[in-house]
Ligand binder design. Structure first.
Ligand code: SER
Length: 583
């Protein structure tokens, strides 16, 4: 069975049991700056688990696009993925343990036709916070799992919570027996030898945890999650997700293209390209902070491993084609958005190539120094300099160093990095205050929004876009720019969404003083270069905008509110005018 067939079967099964199919939320959470990515199906549903009424009722099912990057460094082995799809069904104060367990059992044994002998389950053993889950035990027995394959474990194995605080509860987990020999007499589902693979987790969410401990929620919920790639792999009798149709065509193509044979590198490329495409498709942009930084790491890692395999980096476009082709049935939006995705990835690749060329010599020097000193450790300040001056992500320096048998001083780097962040924040705050003496709060916000609009127009319409004029009041902004044609509704929408996305990402606004020539060389946007003094200030917003400008600006884009284009019209020949507001 292909992954999409399993997904469809799942949704249809739960629909036939009274569940409404709801669409997947984006991998970049809407209105939630507290987490970087959607990590589980329950995540977008938290308000409803806490008691808010869901418009679709009390029984829901969906497939959720998820990104989890804690194990990014493990990708390349036979199981870790940064992007995965989670199938889920929810009861919001509706059914509880018995019905949930019966449905899971039926789906596994009747719909997916997994023999009962292949299944083991685990339940919560009980502690001072919650009792032993005898109910789930009885339900499994009644459904048809023999006693000897029902296990009890403590909180480490059978309790689920997203992070430190929030809705939570005991869970019951289902395991698939791969048929491997037991690793010992005590081999059981909590063992990591690979005999038992977890396939589904039903959380009985009736508790809420905060600093003061556990309390009962208003309602008893069920939250389940089934990892689609893993299930597909098991049902197809494959040993890794890279052998299923989601990845196999990309893996085969990489094998044809490579000059050096390395399966781990092929896996990293295939996995990270898929993750990156999904993130970009939902509005992600590579940058040096937060989500953008993770995306940058994923892409740069994929590119590094292309280098390692001796694959021409221009082939990245072809790899994207093959990957989109493998995924288009599951995610038609990737096909629709392919050109934009390619553009973002290729731009990042070009940036990275320049970075590598510039920093390589410095890196080599650092390696030599570390080896000569006999300590085999690269100093934190060198790692920081590589990051600050050459744009080497710290993790990459660490990885590259490791390949040469050298460590890096992470502690020192972290310290320097924090100091640097603090400094640039203080710097922008001061500037912010200075400017505010003459300029109102709203004007400052519009000013920053102007930079974002300029950057978004360039990305959507092309590099020919340049600022031709701007006028700001406390009520609105007006922005004139070079572009030969009326913007379509779609283009306007894209620009608006992009700006709002950047606002939501709460990107840091920083500035740097530098000689005018350097500013131009660095690719900073400017209107009339001859008007500027020899030493200029360059304002950067995350990685999306870089402009010569005197400020003032807000310190973080999150302060701007919602950006809305009110009008797009002709200004003069070849120049368009946008009027926009911040709500
Ligand atoms: N929230 C649980 C998990 O992520 C079940 O969906 O495993």
């Amino acid at each position: 069975m292909k992954a999409i067939e399993i997904r469809n079967k799942y949704l249809k099964f739960f629909e036939s049991h009274g569940h409404k199919i709801i669409p997947s939320a984006p991998v970049i959470p809407e209105n939630d700056p507290s987490v970087l990515f959607t990590t589980a199906g329950m995540h977008p549903l938290v308000p409803y688990l806490l008691g808010e009424k869901h418009p679709e009722g009390t029984r829901l099912t969906d497939f959720q696009k998820c990104v989890r990057t804690v194990d990014i460094d493990e990708v390349g082995d036979n199981r870790h993925l940064t992007y995965f799809e989670m199938l889920g069904n929810w009861s919001l104060g509706d059914y509880f343990k018995e019905e949930s367990i019966q449905m899971s059992f039926d789906f596994l044994t009747k719909e997916l036709e997994i023999p009962v002998e292949k299944l083991s389950v685990t339940c919560f053993a009980g502690d001072e916070d919650a009792p032993k889950d005898e109910v789930s035990y009885e339900c499994w027995k009644k459904a048809g799992i023999p006693e000897e394959r029902i296990y009890f474990f403590g909180k480490d194995d059978n309790w689920w919570i997203a992070g430190e605080e929030g809705p939570c509860g005991p869970d019951t987990e289902m395991f698939y027996d791969t048929g491997k020999e037991p690793c010992s007499e005590n081999c059981n589902p909590s063992c990591s030898c690979g005999k038992y693979v977890e396939i589904w987790n039903n959380v009985f969410m009736e508790y809420f945890k905060d600093k003061n401990g556990y309390s009962k929620l208003k309602q008893k919920n069920v939250d389940t999650g089934l990892g689609l790639e893993r299930m597909t792999m098991l049902l197809q009798g494959k040993k890794t997700p890279y052998e299923i149709e989601i990845f196999a065509p990309v893996m085969e193509e990489l094998e044809k293209m490579q000059k050096v044979d390395d399966i781990q590198s092929r896996r990293i490329i295939a996995e990270h390209i898929r993750s990156s495409m999904m993130i970009i498709n939902d509005g992600g942009v590579p940058s040096n902070v937060d989500r953008g930084y993770i995306l940058r790491r994923l892409l740069r890692r994929a590119i590094r491993h292309m280098n390692k395999l001796g694959i021409d980096l221009n082939e990245i476009s072809h790899i994207i084609d093959v990957s989109v082709n493998a995924l288009k049935e599951m995610y038609p939006e990737l096909l629709e958005n392919k050109e934009n995705i390619k553009k973002v990835i290729i731009e990042e690749k070009d940036k990275f190539v320049r970075t590598l060329q510039n920093g390589e010599k410095e890196f080599e020097k650092a390696v030599k120094k570390a080896k000569q000193s006999g300590k085999n450790v690269i100093d934190g300040n060198i790692v920081f300099n590589l990051y600050e001056t050459y744009g080497f992500p710290a993790e990459m320096t660490e990885e590259l160093a490791k390949e040469q048998g050298i460590e890096v001083d992470n502690k020192e780097f972290d310290k320097l990095f924090k100091e640097h962040q603090e400094k640039s924040r203080l710097g922008s705050d001061q500037k912010f205050k200075g400017g505010l003496a003459a300029t109102g709060d709203m004007e400052v916000k519009y000013h920053t929004a102007t930079h974002l609009l300029n950057a978004a127009l360039k990305m959507v319409l092309g590099e020919h876009v340049h600022q031709k004029g701007s006028n700001i009041t406390s009520e609105r902004m007006r922005f004139d720019f070079s572009h030969p044609a009326k913007m379509t509704e779609e283009e306007k929408q894209k620009v608006e969404d992009m700006v709002n996305n950047w606002i939501e990402q709460d990107m840091e606004v920083t500035f740097k003083e530098m000689p005018k020539e350097d500013a131009i060389k660095s690719g900073a946007e400017c209107m009339f270069i001859e008007k500027y003094p020899d030493i200029v200030t360059v304002y950067s917003i995350g990685e999306v905008s870089k402009e010569l400008c005197g400020g003032p600006h807000v310190t973080n884009t999150g302060k701007l509110g919602r950006f809305k284009i009110k009008k797009e019209e002709a200004s003069s020949a070849g120049v368009r005018r946008i009027k926009a507001i911040l709500e």
